[in-house]
Ligand binder design. Structure first.
Ligand SMILES: [Zn+2]
Length: 397
């Protein structure tokens, strides 16, 4: 690692400390005025204003900036703009009053990123820093996908992207990076079952859509077992079953199953979708019904780059935080649309939340120090990315 990076780290962390009081205020302001996915224009505008740099709009309500060298490769730092349709129950005097809530900590991420950018403005950055203000993390269509498809990474020559997310499952003071698989490839399955309806007293004269739907739901775990290596994590959870209109004596003519599918291996989703499609059709046919499957792709698997994580863990220690065990889950984050195209890393910063509230809970409230730890992790991520660029012999301009 170059001496210049050592100096930069020291200067940056000092400048960051001076930005923290302002960031705490900004966090509270954002927390009090959350905006839902797709409606984050006000949040993007406020954050841009607070960063004090030019932000170019992208992906409807999102934006991105660039500081440091005007040309050459850059490092992207991702901040999510959206809140959730959750009625806040933290009891804070700066609670949201509009029915939405920053229950996923995105207010903390945005305020931390703002402090990091503000602190970096007076520094000599070896590579450009590109803050990505990303809309629609919590809903489809994915804001990360839209930013990627708009060509921002290519045009800004983003070589690595760093994502930081607060997490109550990680110990306080610890940061989980974890090389390799972090989050699942996600998608949705919709199975439609149709057949001749009729009178419940004469089942032999009609088809039995309700029974076919029930058999298909119960058979899904069997399909997993038939198709996926037992060593590979995968899950299908049925969230909705619709059949009938409330009558006890009517054979319905139509039913619908909605399920989420989470996989971790290459090609697993395709193989499962093909098998479930066959299974649904055959199972429905046994009841004289038709069964058709529709698959909607969600996020790709989130993979943290091995080489980047190696240097990142050392940088996290230099930022006086503690690298810890990987946080792997079958959850999904659309950060994977970035990590799919450039070597990237998603970091989970441990937070304490009163009452052990989990992410998306109406009482989720990261402790006050979370802001500084998230900010330091962003700085560590940027510096680690610089080390990778230096190692690759790439110059900043
Ligand atoms: Zn989140």
């Amino acid at each position: 690692m170059s001496e210049a990076l050592d100096t930069l780290r020291e200067q940056w962390l000092t400048a960051l400390a001076a930005e923290l009081p302002g960031a705490v205020q900004l966090r509270r302001e954002l927390h009090q005025t959350p905006e839902l996915s797709g409606a984050e224009a006000g949040t993007a505008k406020r954050v841009a204003e607070a960063m004090g740099i030019e932000i170019t709009p992208v992906a409807d309500t999102g934006g991105y900036g660039r500081i440091g060298p005007r040309t050459g490769p850059s490092v992207g730092l991702r901040g999510e703009l959206d809140a959730l349709p959750v009625a806040e129950a933290t009891g804070l005097d700066w609670s949201s009053t509009n029915g939405a809530m920053h229950a996923c900590g995105h207010d903390v991420h945005l305020a931390a990123l703002t402090a990091v950018v503000r602190a970096a403005r007076g520094l000599e950055l070896p590579y450009a820093l590109v803050p990505l203000l990303q809309p629609r993390e919590e809903a489809y269509p994915s804001g990360a996908r839209d930013i990627e498809e708009a060509g921002v990474l290519g045009a800004q020559r983003v070589a690595h992207v760093i994502g930081v997310h607060v997490h109550p499952g990680v110990a306080l003071g610890a940061v989980s990076t974890g090389a390799g698989f972090v989050n699942a490839e996600a998608g949705e399955l919709e199975i439609e079952v149709a057949g001749q309806g009729g009178h419940g007293a004469y089942p032999h004269a009609g088809a039995d859509v309700a029974a076919a739907v029930a058999q298909i739901v119960m058979g899904l775990p069997e399909m997993l077992r038939r198709v996926v290596d037992p060593m590979e994590p995968v899950v299908i959870s049925v969230g909705t079953i619709q059949v009938g209109n409330g009558a006890a004596n009517v054979l319905p003519d139509h039913g619908r199953i909605l399920a989420t599918i989470r996989t971790t291996g290459p090609g697993t989703t395709e193989r499962l979708v093909e098998a479930i499609s066959r299974f649904a059709a055959a199972q429905a046919a046994a009841y004289d019904c038709t069964g058709t499957l529709r698959h909607t792709e969600g996020e790709p698997a989130l993979i943290n780059d091995h080489e980047l994580v190696e240097v990142l863990d050392a940088e996290i220690e230099r930022a006086e935080l503690r690298p810890t065990e990987p946080m792997r889950s079958l959850g999904a984050d659309d950060f994977s649309f970035f990590s799919e195209v450039v070597p990237s890393a998603m970091c989970f910063v441990g937070v304490r939340s009163a009452g052990k509230a989990s992410l998306h809970d109406a009482t989720f409230l990261p402790d006050d120090g979370a802001l500084e730890r998230v900010a330091r992790t962003f700085v560590a991520g940027y510096l680690a990315a610089c080390q990778r660029l230096e190692a690759a012999g790439v110059s900043g301009e």
